[in-house]
Design a protein around this ligand. Structure first.
Ligand SMILES: [Zn+2]
Ligand SMILES: [Zn+2]
Length: 743
């Protein structure tokens, strides 16, 4: 092979699913413009394709290379460290490289048909500045005079905004243009999401002792790289956000930038406002509800260094912030940080990896840290900062556990939805004009439709789950695939009309509350009641202003909301998540109860939380009642250790899907046999076995679950075995490294 000069070869990922990097020669004419991170056009087969340069090299592995045809844009879209991060994601999460690259380069940025929006920008001619001119104009053309006055105070403005403020039309501005009093030219408008309101700026608050210590640790991490990550364990209401804000301020004072990750559900205008109030235009917002255009513009505001703080959900961890000094992952335990489709990355873990590579400081904040993170902190891999008390002398809420088995005995053995204790407490709050939140993590009216005569249960034809009754529109719905049927009037099997709706959902809670407290103003908030745009905000607004007495909801109301007048929280059925076939069931229940409890007593009046359960002595419920995270951790970590579950091992879940149960089962057996001899020592393999939800959306699902502390070897074993398997077109597979959902 002939000797090739330095960096004349580009490794290019082409925008189609091939899981490969291709080599192209860089022609002399493009030598200065092709970099790692450049978007390029390359010949591919007989066509031309968009591609993305992931690396440059001086040596080709193949002969007879084709040449890059052209470069798109003036500078590379992302830098080397982000490229390296995407390649790490491909390797670690066992994902094709082009999918991993798509993470760092969102569709709105890659797509060439999304571009900046140009609009007319109007400026004032110096000749029209004089008071005499305006005075003369005011008599003959008052509207034109208004336009001039607005331009005088603002300097220049987009035509649309100018017309809006002057309460006039473009024709008026055009008339001024003809006179030569104003000039107009095109300029790029940035589409800004959620920024059309005035936000009052805030100044840094005084920190309490523990907050100061936390901030010091984060600053030290930024200055010295040690500790590489800080776990900020603070009870709800302990002022974590103020610590984040001041840490960001420090990063900015060092000419750096920051990323703040928030769970999707908590990324409300309320959250964004707190950051906007401190940092104004320096923040950019990235999340999945933006339009393509908004996302394109926000990304470019970051890329062009107009914004130096990115705030967003999961994918914002890839924001191309210049001189990144800090990544904050708020509610770091939240399951929404894990992407459910390939690449199945966890944004918290990617943040820690990015932090090590940039390098920059990483802060993981939570009231209920994930066991993985807390163990890293206890073993000094991360720094640990603790905020043990609420700010402003707010007391922690008091939690009472009510044994619903005893309630059922009182009720002639029949289970009931509301305990006497909870009913009394709600009456008391209504009398005092204080507010109540009732929490149940299941929407709909009842969880199943069943016939006591013949035992029939309405199940979904596509999924192995029962259908949920929705009485509002008299339907049965599958919460897995969305299938809808009319609610039958009698049993479809035996024709009996004495069917039962078993189990309870938020609709039923709302109905019961309406009967128990006829005078109370009740509102339900779940994904069924918030389908209309902004209905979510409207409900919260009504609640905040005291137009709702009792708010009933799913986990939508569990996170990040602060209402000073809420003094009572009722958890209708705390056991719901406990009986899931998942080793994290206890941890999730503890987290959820703690989060829900955090909504109570955020004002001056202390809060009460009433937890209704059929398993009152479950360790997760008892630990939550005592607000005792370390106690919960000590107990749970023993159980994980004994059974070799994470954090003592890493877990890989391989799921095979097919419309044919036999085919999926057969391939799963073959794959398991191929994986087994390749596994590292002491690895544990469970399955293949049908997944807990055996059938979903018409596909049968089989799982192989692997556990080992040697994650790289384990992933390699899976990758090799999957690569050696001949996959028929009717069976597909998904590899989930560090899986968080095992259903
Ligand atoms: Zn029947
Ligand atoms: Zn279904």
């Amino acid at each position: 092979m002939p000797q090739i000069e330095t960096n004349t070869i580009a490794r290019v990922v082409v925008d189609i699913a091939l899981d490969r990097e291709f080599e192209y020669r860089i022609p002399d004419s493009l030598n200065d413009s092709v970099h790692a991170g450049s978007q390029v056009v390359v010949p591919f087969g007989r066509s031309k394709r968009d591609g993305f340069v992931v690396a440059l090299s001086g040596h080709a592995q193949h002969a007879d290379l084709k040449e890059i045809e052209s470069v798109v844009g003036e500078k590379p879209l992302v830098g080397e460290s982000l490229l390296e991060l995407s390649r790490w994601i491909g390797r670690y999460y066992c994902a094709p490289i082009e999918q991993a690259v798509r993470c760092v380069l969102p569709a709105a940025v890659r797509a060439r048909d999304v571009s900046f929006r140009e609009q007319l920008f109007v400026t004032l001619d110096p000749a029209a500045q004089s008071d005499a001119f305006v005075d003369a104009l005011r008599k003959r053309a008052p509207k034109q005079a208004t336009v001039i006055e607005i331009l005088k105070s603002h300097g220049g403005m987009f035509l649309q905004e100018l017309c809006r403020q002057a309460g006039t039309t473009a024709a008026v501005v055009q008339a001024l243009r003809t006179k030569g009093a104003v000039q107009a030219g095109t300029r790029t408008v940035r589409r800004r999401p959620e920024m059309d309101r005035e936000i009052l700026p805030t100044a840094p608050l005084d920190l309490m002792g523990a907050q100061k210590e936390a901030l010091d640790m984060i600053r030290t991490s930024m200055d010295t790289g040690t500790p590489p990550a800080v776990l900020l364990h603070g009870v709800t209401g302990s002022g974590k956000t103020e610590v984040y804000l001041q840490a960001i301020e420090y990063a900015l004072s060092q000419d750096g930038g920051a990323i703040v990750l928030v769970p999707e559900i908590a990324l409300t205008p309320q959250t964004v406002e707190r950051f906007a109030a401190r940092f104004g235009d320096r923040i950019a917002v990235l999340h999945s509800h933006l339009s393509e255009g908004e996302r394109h513009d926000e990304w470019h505001r970051i890329h062009d260094r107009e914004a130096c703080i990115a705030i967003g959900a999961r994918s914002a961890v890839f924001a191309p912030i210049h001189n990144l000094k800090l990544i904050v992952v708020d509610e770091e335990h939240d399951s929404s940080y894990k992407q459910e489709e390939a690449p199945r990355y966890n944004a918290r873990d990617v943040a820690v990896m990015r932090g090590a590579r940039e390098p920059c400081a990483v802060v993981l904040g939570s009231a209920t840290p994930a066991l993985e993170s807390y163990r890293n902190a206890k073993s000094d891999k991360y720094g640990l900062a603790i905020l043990p008390a609420r700010v402003d002398n707010q007391k922690m809420p008091h939690m009472e556990v009510v044994d619903m088995r005893v309630e059922a005995q009182r009720n002639d053995g029949k289970p009931c939805a509301f305990s006497k204790r909870l009913i009394d407490a709600i009456h008391d709050r209504l009398a005092k004009a204080e507010q109540t939140m009732l929490f149940l993590n299941r929407r709909g009216y009842a969880s199943s439709f069943m016939c006591p005569q013949c035992g029939y249960v309405a199940g979904c034809g596509n999924c192995s789950v029962s259908m949920t009754c929705h009485t509002q529109d008299d339907t049965l719905k599958c919460h897995m695939c969305g299938d809808v049927r009319k609610l039958p009037e009698r049993c479809p099997e035996c024709g009996d009309s004495a069917y039962r709706m078993a189990g309870i959902g938020t609709q039923r809670v709302e109905t019961i509350v309406g009967k128990l407290f006829p005078k109370a103003r009740v509102q339900r908030m779940d994904s069924d009641s918030t389908t209309a745009k902004n209905s979510h905000q409207k409900i919260l607004g009504k609640f905040r202003t005291g137009h709702i007495d009792i708010l009933v909801g799913t986990q939508m109301i569990a996170k990040g909301l602060h209402f000073p007048n809420v003094t009572l929280i009722g958890v209708i059925y705390a056991d719901m998540g406990l009986h899931m076939p998942d080793f994290r069931a206890g941890e999730r229940t503890f987290q959820l109860l703690t989060q829900v409890a955090g909504r109570a007593g955020r004002g001056e009046i202390p809060g009460l939380v009433i937890v209704q359960t059929y398993t009152p002595f479950h360790p997760a419920i008892q630990a939550a009642r005592r607000l005792d995270f370390p106690g919960f951790y000590d107990q749970e970590i023993e159980f994980r250790k004994e059974l070799s579950y994470p954090p003592f091992t890493r877990l890989v879940c391989v799921t095979l899907r097919s419309r044919s149960a036999e085919r999926a089962s057969f391939l799963a057996e073959a794959l398991a046999k191929a994986i087994e001899p390749l596994l590292p020592k002491a690895a544990i393999m469970a399955g293949p076995a049908p997944a807990p939800i055996e059938k979903a959306r018409g596909y049968y699902r089989f799982q192989i679950i692997l556990r080992s502390s040697a994650v790289k070897k384990m992933v390699d074993a899976v990758r090799t075995a999957v690569g050696n398997t001949k996959w028929p077109s009717d069976v597909t597979y998904a590899i989930d490294v560090d899986a968080t959902s095992l259903l």
